[in-house]
Design a protein around this ligand. Structure first.
Ligand code: CA
Length: 325
């Protein structure tokens, strides 16, 4: 609802409870409404607040709530594209309820919930808010079983192809689990932003052996994010029905994402990530996304949650440009 309409008849009453309301500004958080169970036709948010599966300490379970809050810090207007997202009305499906002690049980709840929702709402294009990266295994597994052959573009500092024997299904294993269960073929996985001194040789070899396409940060810096993504999408389009984008916010340099549990230097800057997400959003084959590894308890001035909110907005901006074009 636009500012003028919201205030019509009640000049000093505002539902957002904000300290200041400019009648000519719509906040990005206002485009989402609590899902009423009615038919979903397009994008919708859902939270998967699981972080007990993290190798290191993580409060990423708090991220869905904080990222939603941060959407209220920004307007709906893209000055770069002269496009206002205020026209959108998108359902927020709420958070999937996690089990308190059973981590694998929580991952199963994510898969069951996503599967059921995608079965009942085949037009739903999920935007999943983690949680740590372990949530991508059940989310993509459900997405693949509902949508057909899936290709995944993973923004990440890490391969996330660790073995499952040492520590079980954690935030270091989601793509290993997808490959080993046959939910995803190695040739259909593209990793972007893989970083120095954050991975080990055996997992690089594992990626190569399974045909996973890996773009390191050196590749991103040398060739540019748009060139790389065009190449990745062109490759995937030859053999997949749909593309899911998994955004681990630790692909960003520690200067841009201090609230990630696994911070390090030499990463992507936020402008590059947002340009890439906008670019992918314009492609109609891209129909699902998750955003993971934001720990608001480690963050500084909600910098990382705000970057995550911009990932959502740039994705939607791409989708709106596409539908207009
Ligand atoms: Ca990861």
């Amino acid at each position: 609802m636009r500012g003028e309409e919201r205030l019509k008849g009640y000049p000093f009453l505002d539902k957002a409870n904000a300290p200041f309301v400019d009648r000519h500004v719509t906040k990005a958080g206002e485009i989402f409404y609590p899902w009423d169970g009615k038919r979903i036709d397009g994008f919708g948010l859902i939270g998967a607040p699981l972080s007990k599966s993290s190798i290191s300490h993580s409060g990423a379970s708090f991220a869905p709530t904080v990222i939603r809050k941060c959407l209220h810090a920004f307007s709906t207007y893209s000055v770069e594209e002269d496009l206002d997202l205020a026209q959108l009305k998108l359902p927020d499906l709420g958070d999937i309820t996690m089990h308190v002690t059973d981590i694998v049980g929580s991952q199963a709840r994510i898969e069951e919930t996503m599967t059921k929702l995608l079965e009942n709402e085949p037009n739903w294009q999920p935007i999943v808010l983690g949680g740590d990266h372990s949530i991508s295994f059940p989310s993509i597994k459900a997405f693949a079983s509902a949508k057909g052959t899936v290709g995944v573009i993973q923004f990440d500092a890490h391969h996330d192809l660790r073995n499952l024997e040492d520590g079980g299904p954690c935030n270091g294993t989601p793509f290993r689990s997808l490959l080993e269960t046959g939910s995803l073929v190695g040739e259909h996985l593209v990793q972007v932003g893989i970083r120095d001194f954050s991975n080990s040789y055996p997992y690089r070899k594992y990626a190569e052996k399974h045909g996973v396409k890996v773009y390191t940060m050196k590749d991103v810096n040398a060739r540019g994010i748009l060139t790389i993504l065009d190449e990745a999408v062109a490759k995937l389009k030859r053999s997949v029905d749909v593309i899911y984008v998994s955004v681990d916010m630790d692909v960003l340099d520690q200067a841009h994402a201090p609230g990630c549990p696994a911070i390090s230097p030499g990463g992507m800057d936020s402008t590059t990530l947002l340009q890439g997400i906008f670019h992918l959003g314009k492609d109609s084959l891209v129909q699902g996304m998750d955003i993971v590894e934001v720990d608001p308890t480690l963050d500084f001035r909600e910098m990382t949650s705000r970057a995550a909110a911009h990932v959502i907005l740039n994705y939607l901006k791409g989708k709106c440009i596409k539908s207009i074009g």
